[in-house]
Write a protein that binds this ligand. Structure first.
Ligand SMILES: CC(C)(COP(=O)(O)OP(=O)(O)OC[C@H]1O[C@@H](n2cnc3c(N)ncnc32)[C@H](O)[C@@H]1OP(=O)(O)O)[C@@H](O)C(=O)NCCC(=O)NCCS
Length: 187
């Protein structure tokens, strides 16, 4: 469990699919992501079980995923999304970070910012990774701002890399290095 100020990041349980099924079938929730066709309960369950399996042993392999929960103030936690690392490379000590807050009620309340910062801290200070990176649509202001707040900077732009909402769209590559993370902490 990664306990933060207003949220916590916990291991995923099989029962988390009851929320995920509704989230993944909501077009607005997925508007900045890949293609998500109508998804069955069985397919949603399979995805959640697959993510849960990434934390079933003490060893972290090439990826791991966590559930995002808010509400430690009241002692009653509410599951609002998922976050994770994938493509973890032990030699180059890098990984891709992803986040998916499926519960729209939780948007724009600082949850994404805190979750991304919390996972970065775990990645750099516990896993000893050196570089985190991600891709984001430059027009996805909530995403870009959220990553910038954790210290991610734009490193490049892939032109017309994704077909989304009827057109080919650019994507920006963003990265954060451990030394830059540490420098921000001491500031
Ligand atoms: C993108 C996402 C992670 C952002 O998390 P969030 O909790 O909504 O964002 P936060 O409340 O932490 O806000 C972070 C910053 O972005 C700003 N922001 C949030 N939503 C915004 C919006 N729609 N437009 C402009 N700025 C926005 C906030 O004001 C904040 O900046 P500030 O600290 O300067 O005030 C979350 O909305 C989400 O998971 N959405 C659905 C899935 C998705 O898009 N995943 C990412 C794909 S790249």
């Amino acid at each position: 469990m990664i306990n933060l100020e207003n949220i916590r990041l916990r291991a995923i349980e099989s029962s988390d699919s009851r929320f995920y099924y509704n989230w993944v079938n909501n077009a607005e929730t997925n508007q900045w992501r890949g293609l998500y066709p109508p998804t069955s309960e069985a397919a949603a369950q399979k995805w959640v079980d697959d993510q849960a399996a990434t934390t079933m042993t003490a060893e972290i392999s090439d990826r791991f995923s966590l559930a995002v929960e808010i509400g430690p103030d009241t002692g009653c936690f509410e599951h609002v999304g998922f976050i994770g690392l994938r493509g973890i490379c032990s030699r180059s000590r890098r990984a891709e970070l992803w986040i998916y807050l499926g519960d729209k009620w939780a948007w724009n309340k600082g949850v994404g910012k805190e979750a991304v910062r919390g996972l970065c801290q775990f990645a750099f200070e516990e896993m000893n990774l050196h570089r985190l990176w991600l891709e984001c649509d430059p027009e996805h202001q909530g995403g870009v701002r959220c990553y910038q707040k954790a210290g991610f900077v734009e490193e490049g732009r892939l032109r017309q890399a994704y077909f989304r909402r009827g057109q080919f769209r650019d994507t920006i590559m963003m990265g954060l290095l451990k030394p830059d993370w540490e420098a921000r902490k001491t500031r």
